[in-house]
Design a protein around this ligand. Sequence first.
Ligand code: KE4
Length: 432
Amino acid sequence: MNTEKSNELFSSARKVIPGGVNSPVRACKSVGTDPLFIDKADGAYLYDADGNRYIDYVGSWGPMIIGHRHPAVLEAVQSVMKRGLSFGAPTDLETELAEMVIKDVPSIEMVRMVNSGTEATMSAIRLARGVTNRGTIIKFDGCYHGHSDSLLVDAGSGVASLGIPGSPGVPQSIVMHTLSLPYNDPGTLVEVMRMHGESIACIIFEPVAGNMGLVKPLPEFLTALKEVSQKYGTLLICDEVMTGFRVALGGAQEVFDIEPDLTCLGKVIGGGMPVGAYGGKKKYMNKIAPEGPVYQAGTLSGNPVAMAAGIATLKELEKPGFYENLDKTSERLLKGLENAAASAGIKVAAARVGSMLGMYFCEGPVNDFMQAKKSNLNIFTKYYTGMREMGVYLAPSQFEAAFVSAAHAEREIDETIAMAEKVLGNMYGRGA
Ligand code: KE4
């Protein structure tokens, strides 16, 4: 692909923006290449500054589940914009989106809108600490919950991709209140809670880990989470920023029958605009200012244009058959990629939950971050660059998930599989 324009734009961006990007993983450092600058998108496709077209499996890191430039979303946003962009005062749109979230995610009785997933998880943790009057929190290695200080410990996603152990600038006095345990390890969780449970404010977890690649929760892990949180009065926070409205209308908590005390949302509920949210039982949410003493605020929280995009998106998701169809497409892709790897004699551990997929280049199973890190990153890099060269846009890191949208039809899936057969086949000197 000719990427001359992207290269020019990247060198200009690097002069004025750290790393030339506004979020580290976009810099493609872990795959040793430069980022494409995107000019526009439509349906399942991205078009870069040089006019190259790509089948998109990043979907803006999850939000674009109904495809880019969906007419219903564009129409909703354009009509709200005619009334103004932001008022810093309540609007009926915030209530409408809140009512939809509460209807679709039964564990949420009340919800507060914020501007990002980071704000959502940061606020939910503050609420848990405020409600329990405890300071220590538990997270899991390889899980990423945004970049607030308490959570940049053994995080996944960009932190894992860049191999940053935590981050400079996060004081020890903060980090010491965060315990990071192995994901899918009920024994360790139970043991740590036996010793410290009375001082643990909350356990925050990804119900499907999507920031160390894709790792499904083991049933015994989910059981342990439920039991220890109830036993020690610790709040269970389900971080569904990525899985919410992605893996099912009711999120991963619907798929795996999880009953969290608090849930964090983002990505899909903004339909591509900056939206995060946290919600849960009224007895907890009533502790949030101005109703209660736990403070949290935001200039653009509940922004009407962002709400309009989220409402229009959720209306599409609520249509009968939406997830069934998306499941079929996603399963077709998963099977196709597994077969392509097998034909090329390359061992992979691939998995899918709804339209969220992951593929490690190693023997399976991959149940935690230690095992995920055994994936062959050289093969991943060749796979990533080969697929991009062929016109398939994947996340530039082994420690991310891939997302299928409703705009991906059989044609896009079959083209992707054909390209994977070529790329993986070429890798072992066996052309497709
Ligand atoms: P944001 O602050 O980036 O909106 O959300 C943070 C967050 C919280 N919880 C989970 C489970 C998440 O996956 C995320 C953000 N996901 C990454 C992708 N792995 C965002 C991409 C990026 O950092 O640029």
